[in-house]
Design a protein around this ligand. Structure first.
Ligand SMILES: Nc1ncnc2c1ncn2[C@@H]1O[C@H](COP(=O)(O)OP(=O)(O)OP(=O)(O)O)[C@@H](O)[C@H]1O
Ligand SMILES: [Mg+2]
Length: 225
C-alpha cells in the first residue's frame, strides 16, 4: 500500500514536572493515504493532540517508526523538522493562531514568505486565489478580529495551504464554531481531500463521522480496532 504517512508502533512518553513518565501514545500503527479524510476521535486526554503533533513534525516521538512518502524518518533536529513541516504539512489550529497585526491577506502570505520558494508577485496571486477559493477574498484587507470565527478558521485553512502541502492536519478545527460554520469548514476539508490531499482531523463532534473515509478511535493512548 502507498501511504503518504505511515506510523508503526509509535510511542510518546512525556516526562512530567516530577520526572514521572506519562505514556501518552502507545504502540500506534496506522497508514494514511492520498485523497482520504481521516477523523481521530476519543475522550479528553486520550492522546489525540499528541499523535497529531507527532504526525505534523511539531513534536518528536519517543519510540517506533514513521514514514513520509515511503521514506523512513530518522532522528531530526528542530530545524529539519520545521523544514518538513513547512513543505509538506498544513496545520489548522482550534484557536486559529492568526497574527492579529497582519491583514487576512498577509496572514496567508506569511508562510510563503518564510518558505521563499516563489516570488513576491506569485505569492500575492496565490493568496488571492486561496482566499477566493474559500469565499473570503472580500475580507483580504481586514484584520482577524474584524471577521467571524468561521471566517477566521477559513483564513487559517487558506494559510495552511499556502505552500501546497500534501497533508493537512487539523486539531479540533470546528471546536469554536456554530453548526453552520462547522459545516462550511468540514465541507472545505472534505473538498481538499477529494482533490488529493490527505486530511486528518481531530474532533469531538459526531458530525465529522459522516465526512470521514476512516475513523480512528483512541483511548488512553491506544488505537482501538
Ligand atoms: N507536555 C506534557 N507533559 C506531560 N504530559 C502531557 C503533556 N502534554 C500532554 N500530556 C498528557 O498526555 C495525555 C494526552 O494528551 P493530549 O493533549 O494528546 O490529549 P487529547 O486527546 O488531545 O485531549 P483533549 O481532547 O482534551 O484535547 C494526557 O494525559 C496529557 O495530560
Ligand atoms: Mg487535544
Amino acid at each position: 500500500m502507498n501511504y503518504v504517512l505511515e506510523m508503526k508502533n509509535v510511542e510518546k512518553k512525556y516526562v512530567d514536572a516530577y520526572k514521572k513518565e506519562v505514556p501518552a501514545i502507545k504502540n500506534f500503527t496506522a497508514g494514511f493515504e492520498k485523497g482520504k479524510f481521516y477523523a481521530v476521535m476519543g475522550p479528553s486526554g486520550a492522546g489525540k493532540s499528541t499523535i497529531l503533533s507527532i504526525m505534523g513534525f511539531m513534536e518528536k516521538k519517543t519510540g517506533g517508526d514513521m514514514y513520509l512518502d515511503g521514506q523512513k524518518i530518522n532522528l531530526m533536529t528542530q530545524r529539519e523538522m520545521s523544514a518538513v513541516r513547512r513543505e509538506k504539512i498544513g496545520f489548522v489550529f482550534q484557536h486559529y493562531f492568526l497574527n492579529p497585526k497582519l491583514t487576512v491577506m498577509d496572514n496567508v502570505i506569511l508562510p510563503m514568505k518564510i518558505n521563499k520558494k516563489i516570488s513576491r508577485k506569485e505569492y500575492k496571486n496565490r493568496a488571492v486565489e486561496l482566499l477566493k477559493y474559500f469565499g473570503i477574498e472580500k475580507y483580504a484587507d481586514r484584520f482577524p478580529d474584524e471577521i467571524s470565527g468561521g471566517e477566521q478558521q477559513r483564513v487559517c485553512i487558506a494559510r495552511a495551504l499556502a505552500n501546497n502541502p500534501q497533508i493537512i492536519l487539523a486539531d479540533e478545527p470546528t471546536g469554536n464554531l456554530d453548526e453552520d460554520n462547522e459545516k462550511i469548514v468540514l465541507d472545505t476539508l472534505k473538498r481538499l481531500s477529494e482533490e488529493g490531499k490527505t486530511v486528518i482531523i481531530v474532533s469531538h463532534s459526531r458530525n465529522v463521522i459522516k465526512y470521514a473515509d476512516k475513523v480512528l478511535n483512541i483511548r488512553e493512548g491506544v488505537l482501538e480496532e
